[in-house]
Design a protein around this ligand. Structure first.
Ligand SMILES: Nc1ncnc2c1ncn2[C@@H]1O[C@H](COP(=O)(O)OP(=O)(O)OP(=O)(O)O)[C@@H](O)[C@H]1O
Length: 236
């Protein structure tokens, strides 16, 4: 299996303070990886490094084929073309239809041919079960549907990695499970790895994946056999 993420002895700083140190982390192209840990522990910071929003301050790291220590401003859009990013608050443009939300990203990532764009829009909307809703504006959709649009947007460029920062944080438990099923299914279809920060333990129980815990400025791989040991709580 190809490694799509690799960080060795990495360090992440925010405003001169070390958030995470001695990060050793690898993700293969077909893996589902959960990041857990208390609020403020550094999950989002790690994800930001992976999508080029924050520097890797020390060590070495690669994301898809990009060297995270040598990432130039010019390379960041190219890196993001290889990724799909999904956020807790969906981050859709509220004044545009679903189609225009997707077109906006497509234009920003170099798509030009209108027919090809329309075709891809139909494909990704059908992958997330939103066919027929192309012209609706996001505020007329439920939270679960809005997250489906965000997932469709993440799929536009055939991502190698889907990065999801608490994608179910604003959804009820039933919708969260549906969205999680969808992320896992589309990742399989597109052959993308998934790395997801979450506070939702029920998702980790339902969907088999690797689990890393961020704690005391360290990223620890949790032993899968022991991770439900009641004496080693996942969440404090
Ligand atoms: N833009 C920023 N500037 C400075 N410090 C920041 C910034 N964003 C986060 N931090 C700090 O970095 C640390 C890690 O925050 P981060 O958002 O990565 O945690 P998290 O585990 O994702 O939390 P949450 O579960 O609330 O999303 C915190 O101490 C936070 O205050």
């Amino acid at each position: 299996m190809e490694k799509v993420i690799r960080i060795q002895n990495g360090r992440i700083d925010q405003l001169g303070q070390t958030v995470l140190d001695n990060i050793n982390f690898e993700v293969e192209s077909d893996e589902l990886v959960f990041l857990i840990g208390k609020t403020g522990s550094g999950k989002s910071s790690l994800l930001k490094v992976l999508y080029g929003e924050l520097e890797l301050s020390d060590g070495s790291g690669s994301m898809v084929e990009y060297d995270l220590r040598k990432l130039t401003k010019k390379q960041i859009p190219n890196l993001r073309r290889k990724l799909g990013v999904v956020f807790q608050d969906f981050q859709l443009l509220s004044d545009r239809s679903i189609t225009d939300n997707l077109r906006f990203v497509m234009r920003a990532t170099g798509w030009k041919d209108k027919r090809e764009m329309d075709q891809r829009i139909l494909t990704v909307l059908s992958m997330v079960g939103l066919e027929g809703k192309e012209h609706i504006q996001p505020h007329r959709l439920s939270g679960g549907e809005q997250q489906r649009v965000a997932i469709a947007r993440a799929l536009i460029n055939h991502p190698k990695v889907i990065i999801a920062d608490e994608p179910t944080g604003n959804l009820d438990p039933e919708t969260s499970t549906e969205i999680m099923h969808l992320i896992v299914a589309v990742a399989k279809e597109e052959k993308a790895a998934v790395i997801m920060a979450t506070h939702d333990m029920s998702l980790i129980e339902k969907f088999p994946g690797k689990v890393y815990k961020v704690e005391n400025r360290e990223l620890k791989s949790l032993d899968l056999m022991n991770r439900f040991d009641p004496f080693q709580p996942l969440f404090d």
